[in-house]
Write a protein that binds this ligand. Structure first.
Ligand SMILES: CC(C)(COP(=O)(O)OP(=O)(O)OC[C@H]1O[C@@H](n2cnc3c(N)ncnc32)[C@H](O)[C@@H]1OP(=O)(O)O)[C@@H](O)C(=O)NCCC(=O)NCCS
Length: 145
């Protein structure tokens, strides 16, 4: 039970239910999902995947600093949302990763990411079909987990 690295196929069901509801399963696959440097993670309880995210090498320059990793496809099982699983997942992820990472955060999730150590960068922008997003960043420092 807890945080672990999983396979791409392990994250597809929750991606589909939470992030692409009503769309075909093909829409749940991201460019880079099967790259050798891409890692898929889950919070597992019993044999149930309760929270997921994927970390890819995709660097972005933020405030003059190169942030090497991108987090994509963060989602919690809707029946378990709001109970702290996503936060426990992100705290474990901070410990797992040796580098800083960024993500395109849905507006509804900004407060969740801020509570978990991320900072919002710049103005909101629209991802067609999904809605308003902000770039957010988690800066790994010598003192951080
Ligand atoms: C955002 C999400 C991953 C958080 O996971 P979680 O296990 O519910 O996280 P926690 O219980 O630790 O924290 C809940 C926080 O998420 C926020 N949240 C965002 N969407 C939510 C949803 N659909 N249901 C419940 N909480 C949600 C809550 O407002 C809460 O923030 P607050 O405590 O500051 O009010 C999860 O709610 C989710 O999958 N949301 C829908 C998909 C999504 O927006 N993913 C992020 C893409 S960038």
């Amino acid at each position: 039970m807890g945080f672990k690295q999983v396979t791409l196929e392990d994250v597809i069901p929750l991606r589909h239910i939470v992030l692409r509801p009503g769309k075909s399963v093909e829409t749940c696959y991201f460019d880079g999902d099967d790259a050798s440097t891409t890692r898929h993670f889950a919070w597992v309880e019993g044999d149930q995947v309760q929270s997921i995210a994927t970390v890819m090498q995709s660097s972005k320059r933020i405030d003059g600093v190169k942030i090497p990793l991108q987090l994509r496809g963060m989602a919690t099982n809707p029946e378990q949302a709001g109970q702290g699983i996503g936060s426990r997942f992100l705290q474990a992820l901070h410990e797992e990763l040796d580098d800083s990472w960024w993500c395109n955060a849905r507006e509804v999730a900004v407060r969740f990411y801020e509570r978990n150590g991320l900072t919002r960068i710049g103005e909101s922008f629209d991802i067609p079909g999904i809605g308003p997003h902000y770039v957010m960043v988690y800066k790994k420092t010598a003192g951080s987990k």
